[in-house]
Design a protein around this ligand. Sequence first.
Ligand SMILES: C[S@@+](CC[C@H](N)C(=O)[O-])C[C@H]1O[C@@H](n2cnc3c(N)ncnc32)[C@H](O)[C@@H]1O
Length: 243
Amino acid sequence: MAVGNSGRDRGVIASPNIWHWPAVYEEENRAQDTRGAVYAALRESVDWTGRDVVDVGCGSGYHLPMFARAARTVTGVEPHPPLVAAARRRVEDLSTVRVLRGSAASLPLPDGSTDLVHARTAYFFGPGCGAGILEAMRVLRPGGALAVVDLDATAHPYGEWMRADLPHYDPPAVEAFFRAQGFDLRRVDTEWAFPDRAALERVLGIEFGPEVASRAIRETPGTTLTVRYRLHVRRKPVGVEIR
Ligand SMILES: C[S@@+](CC[C@H](N)C(=O)[O-])C[C@H]1O[C@@H](n2cnc3c(N)ncnc32)[C@H](O)[C@@H]1O
């Protein structure tokens, strides 16, 4: 991942997987966590039934319909214009869902207007995302939550490939950062299941550079992978005592 200046919003983080290979990323989303363990853990931490949800860095909007099944409203926020268009197409028949162009550090939303800000493998990668945390706290109602879902680079085998691909990524420092910012941490084990080897190889090929992708393909028999996620949740306090 690299910080770039593309787009009109500040702090946009280049996301080559979904920007350059949206169709393969769609296959990846379909294969990820087929048993729904991440959604279940999220639901145990934050109940969004009848509430207002914002999905920051929503990409092509894959997760928006899932939130829409129980939420009052769902707003996807995404900086990359082709993905804003793709997400809008995905939810065009869902009357409670909208997609806005914007970024985590500058959400196009009023203060105190939402109950859950969710981000999945988007923007909130550790040190450097403080502006987005402050922005989420601004748009949350008291008692609302910011939920950050990301891959756990400490877990075998996927995490080992991540660390080989991103040698400067420091999982303990990332976790210490979120802890210091007042987030709880829960680890969630999932299975990714692909329809065939070709799909698995395509997805590993967009997630890693060629060398690590070849290694990952070599080390994976069959069509499934175990992948661990981190779920970090920070709540906005319900009341502040003013002296
Ligand atoms: C790996 S994709 C994940 C997309 C989606 N959350 C999903 O799970 O399908 C990361 C997304 O974050 C978006 N992004 C990059 N910088 C961002 C920022 N500053 N604020 C919000 N989203 C950002 C990218 O454009 C991309 O759509």
